[in-house]
Design a protein. Structure first.
Length: 190
């Protein structure tokens, strides 16, 4: 039976540290998440979504030191990124030293530092989190626990229910020649 709660509690921290995959709110939408540095959990998440093996997930961090743990090159653009972080800006960085299960052959990682205090605190306790929309590939993302349970049932280890979560998606930018190049306009104008 999946664990159901209304917040980022101690049990969620324990489950994530043990390799769990769950449904939880982010700073933009509900998503499916697991610890980014747990290869088995990331692979399980790929299977649950039916996602192409070559498509990497977004990674959520709580501080810049986590970029080092992920093998991300960021020195040349960090002052540009710090203007928007924490916030709904996802940045695609070069990450040639990143684990292959994260970059999926692209040698890049899409990373965001959310501005939600509870989520930041969770990430500080468990490390970087993989995040992806809560749906099977090709389906509409779940906007509630009820929708997510229809998609995934008992396949997920936990569900966090905070009611409806509906905001704009993050802006996505790619690092190119020490500048940020817009990929998708979202909540932040760059």
């Amino acid at each position: 039976m999946s664990y159901i709660t209304d917040g980022f509690d101690k049990k969620v921290v324990e489950l994530l540290n043990e390799g769990a995959v769950g449904f939880m709110p982010t700073d933009t939408i509900y998503g499916l998440s697991c610890r980014a540095l747990n290869e088995k959990a990331v692979e399980r998440l790929h299977q649950l979504k039916g996602r192409s093996h070559s498509k990497p997930f977004i990674i959520l961090i709580s501080n810049l030191k986590m970029l080092d743990a992920l093998g991300v090159r960021y020195n040349k653009v960090i002052t540009l990124v710090e203007k928007y972080w924490p916030g709904p800006l996802t940045v695609i960085f070069d990450a040639p030293r990143s684990p292959k299960w994260l970059h999926r052959g692209t040698k890049t990682l899409a990373v965001r530092m959310p501005a939600v205090a509870d989520l930041q605190n969770l990430i500080k306790q468990v490390g970087p989190l993989v995040s992806t929309s809560a749906n099977a590939e090709g389906e509409r993302p779940a906007q509630s626990v009820e929708q997510a349970r229809k998609y995934f049932g008992e396949q997920l280890d936990f569900y966090i229910d905070v009611g409806k979560v509906k905001t704009q998606p993050s802006t996505i930018a790619r690092v190119e020649k020490s500048k940020l190049k817009l990929v998708r306009q979202g909540a932040i104008k760059i």
